[in-house]
Design a protein around this ligand. Structure first.
Ligand code: NAD
Length: 514
């Protein structure tokens, strides 16, 4: 049977005519057709399934104007009024979690259970945002001078922006905008144009939850839309999640333009395996965390650091597991790994594999020849395993962001620690060992901010903050958690005295507190 017949039969065909997903501004999709669009692919079949608007200066400004109009009333709304919307949104996301997961799988390619997990991990931060009123309090110090009180007020910033990547169309934005909205800001969101299905659903759910029009706006697009956000004088702050090259530019340009910026960027996460580790668990974890979501996670394990005699046994167990992996469409039951999200990215991963071979790493398993027998146009790639990778190789130093796992062998724990602490990326890391003392040492000595102990993907719980170091993050504050509240609010310091006739009289000296 040909791919086209299968696509038709299995309901994977795009609806006719192909729909256009438009910018969401002022509480609705824009009615007029966008001036520019770009194609949206279903990577499992390699066909165009929709078109998405591509905005720039005009659309960003339109969204900012809508946000500016809506902001004052939202800032002044009671905490309870804002909380009611947050709780309603939380319930709606939960109720629509399966629909959202299906849209993520359709546009991104990751498996449906993985997509569902993504929505639920995003929900954790929406839960946190429902309790933000408890964190909005300031501090009051009475009698800082005679009859004078001093206090702080925490207030929203105004219009803020979120710029997010393709790989988590729901979870990553849900780590940003719920806190921005709950603290009283108006948001302009520029998501990745590769995965707009789940994005539009999130906007619709905000509307249904009762969020006032203009508080949540979505402008699709690429570089032009991002530049327009960075240059817009009425955007006070933005959080960016994406690659390091773009994130560094966003951080430098945004801060130069006077904005508060947090940029959370690329990674090369190391998993250190000590010889005393539970090797079966370590091999399960390396394969799951290395190839889950086709390696397209910022917390994916990219490098296994095998210490001492751990190497040979671990490689053997990893190879056994690789043999059992099923690659295919993300909606198909039993599939472990879906396609790569875009054909250009698939080509880039193949170039990295070629580079690894040229650099002299041992290619233990080659994912390049894999073709899906039923969907030859899909953007599939098998999994790749390199052994004997060295720190000088580019495949060790740079982010590949695909199903390519590299193994570096070292003699000692200290050598492993040195590798992790000297890498230019520092997002997440894990240690596998049964020695509590060694695990504790790693937690204290390793300078990577998110650490797993026998947990390969240590994404902190949604109420905690998230963020890396070195080339994995730019800016003083992390995403989410209490840092998220600090990021999206500013403190005002008030010194107050109520008129008291006994205190009248001129005094030109500097106000003193004694
Ligand atoms: P990307 O940098 O290509 O895109 C991120 C955002 O920037 C998108 O909205 C995109 O439209 C926009 N953009 C792309 N090119 C641009 C340019 N030249 N100028 C201005 N804007 C541009 O990243 P991606 O490929 O969508 O996502 C993968 C990357 O994101 C990986 O590097 C991954 O490690 C990183 N990531 C990091 C985290 C984290 O929390 N640290 C989380 C998820 C993903």
């Amino acid at each position: 049977m040909t791919q086209d017949v299968l696509v038709e039969e299995r309901g994977l065909a795009a609806p006719e005519p192909i729909e256009t997903i438009n910018h969401w501004i002022g509480g609705a999709s824009l009615a007029e057709l966008p001036a520019q669009t770009q194609d949206v692919f279903n990577p499992a079949i390699g066909h165009v399934i929709a078109k998405v608007a591509r905005g720039g200066t005009t659309e960003v400004d339109r969204a900012v104007q809508a946000a500016k109009v809506a902001f004052p009333a939202w800032r002044d709304a009671s905490l309870m009024a804002r909380e009611n919307v947050m709780f309603a949104f939380r319930e709606l996301v939960y109720r629509h979690r399966e629909e959202m997961a299906r849209l993520i799988t359709r546009d991104h390619g990751k498996t449906y259970p993985d997509a569902l997990g993504e929505v639920l991990r995003g929900l954790e931060t929406i839960d946190f945002a429902c309790s933000v009123p408890a964190l909005m309090g300031g501090m009051i110090t009475p009698n800082v001078s005679t009859n004078v009180d001093a206090y702080t007020i925490r207030q929203p910033l105004g219009v803020v922006a979120a710029i997010t990547p393709f790989n988590f169309p729901a979870m990553v934005p849900m780590w940003i905008y719920p806190i921005a909205v709950a603290t009283g800001n108006a948001v302009v969101w520029k998501p990745s144009s590769h995965t707009p299905g789940a994005t539009r659903l999130q906007a619709e759910l905000w509307k249904e939850a009762g969020l006032p029009d203009g508080i949540f706006n979505v402008v699709y697009g690429g570089r032009e839309a991002v530049e327009a956000i960075l240059e817009h004088p009425d955007i006070a702050a933005l959080q960016f999640v994406g690659s390091t090259a773009v994130g560094r530019h966003v951080y430098e340009t945004g801060t130069k333009n006077g904005k508060r910026v947090g940029a959370y960027t690329g990674a090369k996460n190391h998993m250190v395996v000590l010889p005393d580790a539970d090797m079966e668990l370590a091999a399960d974890s390396a394969v799951s965390a290395g190839f889950g979501s086709a390696g397209e996670r910022c917390m994916a394990i990219a490098t296994v650091v095998a210490v001492g005699e751990a190497g040979d046994r671990l490689i053997q167990l990893i190879v056994e597991r690789i043999g059992r992996l099923k690659v295919g469409p993300g909606m198909e039951p039993g599939v472990d790994m879906g396609p790569i999200y875009a054909s250009e990215h698939r080509a880039s991963i193949i170039r990295w594999i070629e580079k690894g071979v040229a650099e002299g790493a041992t290619l233990v398993h080659d994912g390049r020849p894999f073709r899906h027998p039923e969907y030859p146009d899909g953007f599939y790639l098998g999994v790749t395993l390199f052994d004997h990778v060295t720190p000088e190789m580019e495949i060790y130093r740079e982010e590949i962001f695909g199903p390519v796992l590299t193994v570096v062998r070292v003699a000692t724990y200290d050598e492993a620690l040195r590798l992790v602490n000297s890498h230019h990326y520092a997002n997440g890391t894990a240690i596998f060992t049964n020695d509590g003392g060694a695990a504790r040492r790693y937690q204290m000595e390793c300078q990577t901010p998110m650490i797993g102990i026998n947990v390969p993907i240590p994404v902190p719980y949604g109420h905690f903050s998230f963020g890396g170091d070195r080339d994995s993050a730019f800016g003083a504050l992390k995403m989410r958690g209490q840092d998220g509240v600090r990021f999206f609010t500013k403190l005002k310091e008030v010194t107050s005295r109520w008129p008291d006739p006994s205190l009248r009289g001129l005094n030109l000296g500097f106000p003193r507190t004694t």
